[in-house]
Design a protein. Structure first.
Length: 285
């Protein structure tokens, strides 16, 4: 077992007491320790929001980008250095709202990275307005009459796009969530983990008790290789199922890039050929 301390015990953590992010940070740190990863070869990429602060409290490399832009940066990092373990993480608003378009096309590309989404069904950083996953009828300071839209279903969307790994976990189920995170991080290809967590300040509806009462593991007969079955169960909303919905092997984005066809060296090790670049620019007029 590695002796590396992944989380920062002395950091001034800017989350409310009782926030589900504390539990996710602990679970992520424990999982990375169990996998004995090298922190020098591990990169977290996040956007904006309370969940996006998590990498600040992890002893590994961290790239913090614009709101909703974690996935393209994570894809580029992985493509430029395929030897890295890349984990893109942010909240449901950042990934599914502002980053929704990038979410779709990252699934299509299938880079070898893990996408952990803290799903508390509300915007926590900006004081409690509805997020893409907020339930219909959820009352907020902005949606005073209640949310009228159907909640975004990230699992069904990911399975419809034939993602290579699609899972949902709940932060209160520590053992099961650690096992699921291990499976996602060691999976070869894009791995989505929709990680349910309460926001104790701005979401008084989807509480720890609510999640305990409205979630349940996938049935024992669930086959993660069966895409049709996985899609049907991703569409269930009572209870919200937990576990690995869908998993498959498919070509990885960075391994198909022309840049690696005749040269296995990662891009960051290569020198820029200025003469060739100039010739290409002249040819383009």
């Amino acid at each position: 077992m590695t002796t590396h301390t992944w989380t920062c015990p002395d950091c001034d953590v800017a989350w409310c007491p009782g926030c589900g992010n504390h539990g996710i940070l602990k679970l992520v740190g424990e999982t990375l320790a169990e996998l004995e990863l090298d922190p020098r070869e591990t990169v977290f990429v996040s956007g904006i929001g309370q969940a996006a602060k998590l990498p600040q409290y992890v002893n590994a490399h961290h790239f913090n980008g614009l709101h909703g832009r974690a996935l393209p940066a994570a894809t580029a990092i992985r493509a430029s250095n395929p030897g890295l373990t890349v984990i893109a993480e942010s909240g449901d608003g950042d990934m599914y709202g502002e980053g929704g378009n990038h979410f779709l096309h990252c699934i299509r590309r299938n880079p070898n990275l893990t996408n952990i989404v803290h799903n508390n069904m509300v915007y926590g950083l900006t004081k409690g307005q509805a997020s893409p996953t907020s339930e219909r009828g959820f009352v907020t300071p902005l949606q005073v009459a209640g949310v009228i839209n159907e909640p975004f279903n990230p699992l069904a969307v990911a399975i419809a796009l034939d993602a290579s790994f699609v899972a949902r976990a709940y932060v209160g189920n520590t053992k099961e969530t650690r096992a699921l995170l291990r499976a996602a991080i060691t999976h070869r290809g894009y791995a989505l983990v929709d990680l349910l967590q309460p926001c104790v300040t701005f979401n008084k509806q989807n509480t720890y008790q609510w999640f305990a009462e409205h979630t349940a593991p996938l049935p024992d007969d669930h086959d993660p290789a069966d895409r049709v079955q996985a899609f049907a169960r991703a569409c269930e909303d009572e209870p919200l199922r937990l576990g690995i919905f869908y998993r498959q092997d498919k070509p990885v984005f960075e391994e198909q890039l022309e840049a690696y066809a005749d040269d296995a060296r990662p891009l960051y090790e290569r020198r820029l050929d200025l003469d060739r670049l100039a010739a290409t620019m002249r040819a383009m007029g």
